[in-house]
Design a binder for this molecule. Sequence first.
Ligand code: AMP
Length: 397
Amino acid sequence: MPTFRTLDQVEVKGKRVLLRVDLNVPMDNGRVSDATRIERVAPTIAEIAGKGGKVILLAHFGRPKGPDPKESLKPVAAEVAKVIGRKVAFAEDCIGEKAEAAVAAMKPGDILCLENTRFHKGEEKNDPAFVAALAKLGDIWVNDAFSAAHRAHASTEGLGHKLPAYAGRTMQAELDALTKALEAPQRPVAAIVGGAKVSTKLELLGNLVAKVDVLMIGGGMANTFLLAQGKAVGKSLAERDLAATALDILAKAKAKGCEIVLPVDALVAQKFEAHAPSRAVSVDEVGAADMILDIGPRSIEHVVSVLARVKTLVWNGPFGAFELEPFDTGTVEAAEAAAELTAAGKLVSVAGGGDTVAALNAAGVADRFTYVSTAGGAFLEWMEGKPLPGVEVLRQK
Ligand code: AMP
């Protein structure tokens, strides 16, 4: 098992804990409109404060070019206080005199939120002087922001080289789930990769064919594979210039012993809109005016039968244009099957990526999956097999 240093290995009592969290929450008119990310890190904040640690929250917000009141973390800090039901102080800078004075005033169990780390250029540059200025404020660094772990920034990675570094509880749960899904999975392991385009997921497909036993491909990207196999896809979304790449992926899968499952039938329509008249056809019978907008009933049956014979599933991307009914059917039915198998203890199911989370939420199954990662870029880079700097720095040496 890969081992990461966690909060179980450190006595936080009386210590100044620099806790990197993801507070990049959606705002509407100066107010937090979705507090999911805050709720996810609340247990780590409460645990450290409860044990008498001094919790110093570090986070970025938006993409400011320098200090910008519009991208202040102040209203977000107020929302953190609301979610955890405790007082959260705020410092108007994340380094320097203001931050130092605010930290010096803290008592064990206090919580302080520092201003947006991206107000300083040194954050994204991972500048040693900026890292040192942050490090001065803490005794240890705890990273609870998996979603920012694909970036080697000062607060997401640099600090791990200056201070004793530990994974927070949310990071720990994410790493446990991801390890169970791809690094040390129970076999057989299947992957579902769907979504719009092959071009955005080339590295991901290349990594998966080498790691999983069955790869099920859906969504617009399946059309590129069908096209490469000489099938007509009419007006469907497809990347005609990537036919050779698709064939390479199929050849690599064969060499690695990875079974590829492509749609055998499709739900086609002539308009890209909800409730457009549609029909299910074999992938050999797609007409010139047709658009493939979802996988068809026989393909769904096949996907469900694969799920029933595997022990682990990792999922990124919908099977069809799930935002438009009835073209969400393939995604919803596969998601329901995976959720049921998971609830029955027969499947470990891990899913992630922006649209995937939205699709699983729409299907009402997210809470029955083993783990649904809300980290977009970091989840995809992990699926691509890339080391994540903010995770690597937490590895036990
Ligand atoms: P991605 O962000 O790559 O996971 O892609 C998700 C998007 O792919 C969603 O907006 C879907 O509507 C879209 N999509 C999935 N299947 C199809 C399809 N067959 N035709 C057009 N768009 C699709």
